[in-house]
Design a protein around this ligand. Structure first.
Ligand code: DQA
Length: 151
């Protein structure tokens, strides 16, 4: 099982940005946490973060034929980007949408998620544990034993 974890804009600022919403863990902490979890479970994982919409589209397209699942936190592009929605639809890879904060209890403009229309599951408000839950879900639903290879 090979999973691609994608983080969008400002998620490189974890630990610094709005800790009341996003906690004190840094992006480097998140990377380590996900890598350790995947190593324990024998899941291949690649992580990618970008502040640029087109780069995120490129990364989703590159996953075609190489990744068995995608975990994505598109940050603010969640609420604006039809291009990311179309990219996930294009590659047809099972994708889980993750948000660290409980978006449904926040501003009205955060209530729209375009990418959700192409996702098999959405996890919100579980902090960074939400990424691990998303990985476990993909592994249980779409994983197959014996494939320990990384992307
Ligand atoms: C977020 C929620 C978004 O509304 C926000 O723009 C982010 C982070 C989250 O993880 O809770 O950048 O996706």
């Amino acid at each position: 099982m090979k999973i691609l974890v994608i983080n969008g804009p400002n998620l490189n600022m974890l630990g610094i940005r709005e800790p009341a919403h996003y906690g004190r863990e840094t992006y480097a902490d998140l990377v380590k946490k996900i890598q350790n979890h995947c190593e324990e479970k024998g899941i291949g994982v690649t992580l990618y973060q970008s502040n640029h919409e087109g780069d995120l589209v490129d990364k989703i397209q590159e996953a075609y034929g190489t990744a068995d699942g995608i975990v994505i936190n598109p940050g603010a592009y969640t609420h604006t980007s039809i291009a990311l929605l179309d990219a996930v639809k294009s590659v047809n890879i099972p994708t889980v949408e993750v948000h660290i904060s409980k978006v449904e209890e926040r501003e009205d403009f955060r209530q729209i998620s375009y990418i959700r229309l192409a996702c098999v599951k959405t996890i919100t408000g579980h902090g960074t544990d939400g990424y691990l839950e998303a990985i476990d879900f993909l592994s249980e639903e779409y994983g197959h034993d014996g494939d320990l290879s990384a992307l």
